[in-house]
Design a protein around this ligand. Structure first.
Ligand code: SF4
Length: 227
């Protein structure tokens, strides 16, 4: 990060799942090859899916400086999930009315648990019109990897997170150089293997340019250059 050196490349198709897979491959390979393991990973929301965040937090111990794509905000005036407080000790949500919503039942589609309030509580609750006007009781979906998403949310707005955002811009500049100066906007070699070879060569060239700019010293004042 400090010197803008590319330590690994992995070509992938330009679909989100493949790009996330490539990021995981590079993180593991860089650790194996160079013993380099980042404390934090700065990336855009494309890398903020719950399974990726869970892998970073639980398996790799890497702080995700990644904005979480949160679709739980309601715009119809009723309470959003953010109005419910999660209590990890009891694995329950506390609603604005002071009642508990516990997790029970199966995991839906392999990724979501439903935390439900008691119908008896909601039936007599004065906040029901603002909470679940069309249902007998309120339920809150909770991703099985929600803990990792909570960890990612906790970094947003911190000084470290802002630093990561600034540093990401620095790295984006390197990509811009690759495209503009090394003309990598379009690949010449065909197929995934060709793409991998071409991007490896481009990364080497980019690193050599960095090396030259870091170690090359200007000639002493008054020196005569003959070409
Ligand atoms: S309607 Fe139910 S979930 Fe909503 S605030 Fe009242 S008791 Fe809590």
């Amino acid at each position: 990060m400090k010197f803008g050196v590319i330590v690994d490349v992995e070509a992938s198709r330009s679909i989100r799942q493949a790009e996330v897979g490539a990021a995981k491959t590079m993180i593991e390979r860089t650790e194996e090859r160079f013993g380099l393991k980042p404390d934090r990973l700065a990336a855009d929301t494309a890398y903020g899916a719950a399974p990726m965040l869970n892998w970073l937090v639980e398996e790799k111990g890497i702080a995700p400086h990644i904005p979480v794509n949160d679709k739980s905000k309601r715009d119809d005036g009723t309470f959003s999930r953010g109005d419910f407080r999660y209590d990890p000790t009891g694995d329950v949500y506390h609603c604005p009315g002071g009642k508990q919503l516990g997790t029970s039942g199966p995991v839906h589609e392999g990724k979501t648990l439903l935390c439900r309030a008691s119908k008896l509580d909601c039936y007599v609750c004065p906040l029901k019109p603002k909470c679940c006007p069309k249902e007998p009781s309120r339920k809150i979906p909770r991703d099985i990897h929600e803990h990792a998403r909570d960890v990612a949310r906790s970094f947003v707005g911190t000084e470290d997170f802002e630093q990561s955002r600034r540093e990401r811009k620095k790295i984006e500049m390197r990509f811009a150089h690759l495209k503009r100066i090394l003309k990598l906007g379009r690949l010449r070699l065909r197929g995934p293997r060709g793409a991998q070879d071409e991007i490896v060569l481009a990364a080497i060239a980019q690193n050599l340019r960095r090396l030259a700019s870091l170690v090359a010293r200007p000639p002493p004042a008054g020196a005569l250059c003959i070409a």
